[in-house]
Design a protein around this ligand. Structure first.
Ligand code: PLP
Length: 392
C-alpha cells in the first residue's frame, strides 16, 4: 500500500519499517558504522561515509517527508538549530531576509549572525500582519530613491510563533514571495505535520525541531529540513555534509519510535490544552490567556482555516508581574518547570528568563506546553501554583 493513500495517523505507525520478508525484524536496525566498504568513485546516494549518508536516518527521513507531503525524503540534522542554520544559509550573501519579530529566539540570533557575516539585510515583521509582511517581501516600488528597497530573497515564517502564538498566513505570504522569486521557509515545530502542512499551502521548505513533538519524549535532540524542490534539497543536503551537523543513529531510531504515537499524543495534548485554556480564562490570577483555539485569539479564524487543530501550547500572563510568574514555576509539583515543549510531560517556563528573548515578550508570560496527563491533575496543580504565587 502506498503511503500517499493512507492517513497521517496510520503513516506514523507504518512508515519506515523493513521489508516484509520472513524472519525480518519489524523495526529498522541501528547501524553503528562510520564508514562503508567501497573503492569506486563516489555515486549519488551511495552509502560511503556516515556523515554524508547512513541508513539509520532513512526511516525517519521517509516518515517526515511523507507526513509533510513532500516529493522527497526529509533531511535529518543533529538538532533543530542545525536544520535551521542550514535552511537560513539558503539566503544569498548580500540578500534580504524577512523574519518574524517574535520567533524561537535562537533562530533570530542565527539570522542576525548570518546578516552580520554575509551582508544580509534583515527585515523584522509582525508575522500576524499579512499586509506588512507582504510589503516587506516586495520591498520598495523603486519609484523614488527613498523607496528603492530590494525584494526579499528568503522569508522565514514560524507559525504559531514561539512564544507569542501569532499566526502567519502561509498561503498569502508564499504567493507574494514567489512573485518576487523569494524562498519561503516555515518552522512547523509547534503544529507538526499532523496539524499543518506548509508545503501544501505554498511554502518551499519546512524545518522542525524533531526534539519536540515528533520525537515527543524529551529524550533526544534532533532536527529536520523538508522540501520538494530538488535544487533546495541538494543545497541543504550539501550544507549538512560540509557543516557536519548530523544526527546520530540511535537518536534517529529513538525519534522514529517516538513518532509512532504522534497522532495519539497530539490529539490528547490539544484536548487538554483547549480545556486548560478555557478554565484559565476564568482564573482570578490569570491576566491574559492566548491559545489559537480560543475564539478571542486575534487570528483564530486564520488558524482554523490553515490548521487541522490548534496544538498543545498556550501562554498565560500572571497577575503580579515577573515575580508572580516566576513563583508559579517554583510552586508547581506535577508540571515540570523546564524549557522545551512537545513532550508527553507538561512543562512551563517564564520565557523572559532567557536573555535573548525579545523585549516585547511580557515579563509575566508563561509558555505552557501541555502533555498527555489527566487534565484534572494538570488543572489542580496549575490552579494551586497560581494561587500560591499570589502576593500576600
Ligand atoms: N524551533 C522552535 C519553534 C523551537 O521551539 C526550538 C527549540 O525550542 C527550535 C526550533 C530549536 O530546536 P533544537 O532545540 O532541537 O535545536
Amino acid at each position: 500500500m502506498s503511503h500517499s493513500d493512507i492517513r497521517p495517523a496510520t503513516t506514523v505507525v507504518s512508515v519506515g519499517r523493513p521489508d516484509r520478508t520472513p524472519g525480518a525484524p519489524v523495526n529498522p536496525p541501528v547501524v553503528l558504522s562510520s564508514t562503508y566498504v567501497g573503492s569506486e568513485p563516489s555515486a549519488p546516494g551511495a552509502l560511503e561515509y556516515a556523515r554524508i549518508n547512513t541508513e539509520s536516518w532513512h526511516p525517519m527521513e521517509q516518515a517526515i517527508g511523507e507526513l509533510e507531503r513532500a516529493d522527497r525524503p526529509g533531511l535529518l540534522f543533529g538538532s533543530g538549530m542545525a536544520a535551521i542554520s542550514a535552511a537560513l544559509d539558503l539566503t544569498p550573501p548580500g540578500g534580504v531576509l524577512v523574519v518574524p519579530r517574535h520567533a524561537y529566539h535562537a533562530s533570530l540570533v542565527a539570522a542576525r549572525e548570518l546578516a552580520d557575516r554575509c551582508g544580509v539585510e534583515i527585515r523584522s515583521v509582525d508575522i500576524a500582519d499579512t499586509a506588512a509582511v507582504v510589503a516587506a517581501v516586495r520591498g520598495g516600488s523603486g519609484e523614488t530613491a527613498d523607496d528603492a528597497a530590494a525584494p526579499a530573497d528568503l522569508v522565514w515564517l514560524e507559525t504559531p510563533t514561539n512564544p507569542m502564538l501569532e499566526i502567519a498566513d502561509i498561503k498569502a505570504v508564499s504567493q507574494a514571495a514567489h512573485e518576487v522569486g523569494a524562498v519561503v521557509v516555515v518552522d512547523n515545530t509547534f503544529a507538526t505535520p499532523l496539524l499543518q502542512r506548509p508545503l501544501e499551502l505554498g511554502a518551499d521548505v519546512v524545518v522542525h525541531s524533531v526534539t519536540k513533538y515528533l520525537a515527543g519524549h524529551s529524550d533526544v535532540v534532533l532536527g529536520a529540513v523538508v522540501t520538494s524542490d530538488p535544487d533546495l534539497w541538494a543545497r541543504v543536503r550539501a550544507r549538512r555534509t560540509i557543516g557536519g551537523g548530523i544526527a546520530g543513529p540511535f537518536e534517529s531510531w529513538l525519534a522514529l519510535r517516538g513518532l509512532r504515537t504522534l497522532a495519539l499524543r497530539v490529539e490528547r495534548a490539544q484536548q487538554n490544552t483547549a480545556e486548560l485554556a478555557r478554565r484559565l480564562q476564568d482564573h482570578p490570577d490569570a491576566l491574559a490567556v492566548a491559545y489559537p483555539g480560543l475564539p478571542d485569539h486575534p487570528q483564530h479564524a486564520l488558524a482554523a482555516e490553515q490548521m487541522d487543530g490548534f496544538g498543545g501550547i498556550l501562554t498565560v500572563r500572571v497577575h503580579g508581574g515577573r515575580e508572580a510568574a516566576q513563583r508559579v514555576t517554583e510552586a508547581v509539583r506535577l508540571w515540570l518547570p523546564a524549557t522545551s515543549l512537545g513532550g508527553v510531560e507538561s512543562m512551563l517556563e517564564r520565557r523572559r528568563r532567557w536573555a535573548n528573548e525579545a523585549a516585547s515578550v511580557p515579563e509575566d508570560l508563561l509558555r505552557v506546553s501541555v502533555g498527555i496527563e489527566d487534565v484534572e491533575d494538570l488543572w489542580a496543580d496549575l490552579d494551586q501554583a497560581l494561587r500560591a504565587a499570589r502576593l500576600p
